[in-house]
Ligand binder design. Structure first.
Ligand code: MRU
Length: 383
């Protein structure tokens, strides 16, 4: 069975509550944009593409189930207000803002047509949101294919036949509409028989690696091992063993025009470790994550989350032998009164990134170390 973070049919949306994973698989109904805003803010749904998709589809569901005005202009204003509201749920991942911008354009165009009705504007919005869902899955499959091919051709282990990979945070089916970005690359390597072993980091403080990525790897029966974030350097030092890491592949929340990449906190440390150990460092992301309006990482707003995500750990009761799913406990793991800094993301400078894997191929730097994303994607989108 394929893992699904988002279940959608016209007029109905359900999301897998990621706060309850990996122990309980429970879907929540999302009836409106307000429901989605809270689900995103509370991290019940997470990962840059999934956030964008849940936001876009929540409004589609609301529009289908509401008795709307017959006047096109009024429906347009309603949609635009809701999109502006949804964008405020989380600031760093650009996919949500990008989806909102595209959906606004579709809405404005539909409302501007001769004889436009409220119904026509609603239909245009709903269709566009549904198309985004379909495109996300096929884009991820392409990312997986391009990334796997690049790794096989550009690493020593790949040329010999099999690679071990390290990834961070969650970028799989649960963080997207399906298949995944960085985890999609690992899935694709596995599918080709080119994956020796996958390692995933725990991803403190929110543990997307141990709770979500590990869950997906076990679910798909991909040979995999979990490490804490602080074990990555030691892992990369294991030369010549079967665990020898050929490449690190991560996702992205926003790639600036110069290639600087915002992703889950801890990504930057991994990129420095990769450089030190001569290991390839790759970012896998759809074009919707590439933000040509943001010049460099300096301009990316990094979300800061509550300190309790660092000081408290939540999960079902475990007495050392048995797991009791009926009792969820919160345990404090820090000294009371300590100050906490909890940035949810960091920025990896482009100089540490060997390639950006997208659905249209892998973008590499030129001889002077520049990515030229603007040139590649402007040209690509005008074709
Ligand atoms: O805070 P989260 O869990 O939403 O952060 C997720 C990440 O940083 C992912 O690596 C990123 O969104 C890419 S998901 C394909």
């Amino acid at each position: 069975m394929v893992l699904q973070a988002i279940r959608y049919s016209r007029g109905q949306l359900e999301i897998l509550d990621q706060l309850k994973l990996p122990h309980t698989e429970e879907y929540d109904h999302v009836y409106s944009s307000t429901d989605a805003w809270h689900a995103i803010k509370e991290m019940r749904t997470r990962g840059a593409p999934a956030i964008a998709m849940v936001a876009a589809l929540s409004l589609a569901v609301e529009l289908v189930n509401l008795k709307l005005s017959p006047i096109a202009e009024e429906v347009k204003v309603f949609i635009i207000e809701k999109l502006d509201y949804l964008v405020t749920s989380r600031p760093t991942a650009v996919n949500l803002a990008d989806a909102a911008r595209k959906l606004k354009t579709v809405t404005e165009e539909a409302a501007g047509r001769d004889g436009a009705t409220g119904e026509a504007v609603r239909e245009a919005y709903v269709k566009a949101a549904e198309t985004m869902l379909i495109d996300d899955v096929s884009d991820n499959e392409s990312i997986g294919g391009h990334g796997a091919e690049w790794i096989v051709n550009n690493t020593e282990a790949g040329k010999k036949g099999q690679v071990s990979m390290l990834t961070h945070c969650n970028t799989g089916s649960l963080a997207t509409a399906g298949y995944g970005t960085a985890l999609g690359v690992i899935r694709s390597l596995h599918g080709k028989g080119a994956l020796k072993h996958a390692f995933c980091s725990e991803t403190r403080p929110y543990n997307q690696g141990s709770r979500l990525t590990a869950f997906e790897l076990v679910h798909d029966q991909i040979p995999a091992t979990l490490i804490t974030d602080s074990m990555a350097a030691a892992l990369l030092r294991l030369k010549g063993s079967s665990e020898n890491i050929a490449a690190i592949v991560v996702g992205a929340d926003r790639v600036a025009a110069n290639g600087d990449t915002a992703n889950k906190i801890g990504t930057y440390s991994l990129a420095i470790l990769a450089k030190h150990h001569g290991v390839k460092f790759l970012v896998a992301a759809p074009r919707t994550t590439i933000d040509l309006h943001t010049k460099s990482g300096e301009d990316i707003v990094i979300e800061e989350r509550p300190g309790k995500e660092v000081t408290l750990v939540k999960g079902p009761r475990h007495d050392g032998v048995t797991l009791d799913l009926a009792v969820v406990e919160t345990v404090s793991i820090a000294a009371n009164g300590i100050g906490v800094w909890n940035p949810a993301f960091d920025v990896t400078p482009a100089e540490l990134i060997d390639g950006i894997i997208t659905e249209v191929g892998v973008v590499e730097k030129d001889d002077s170390g520049l990515f030229h994303l603007e040139e590649v994607f402007k040209k690509e989108s005008s074709q």
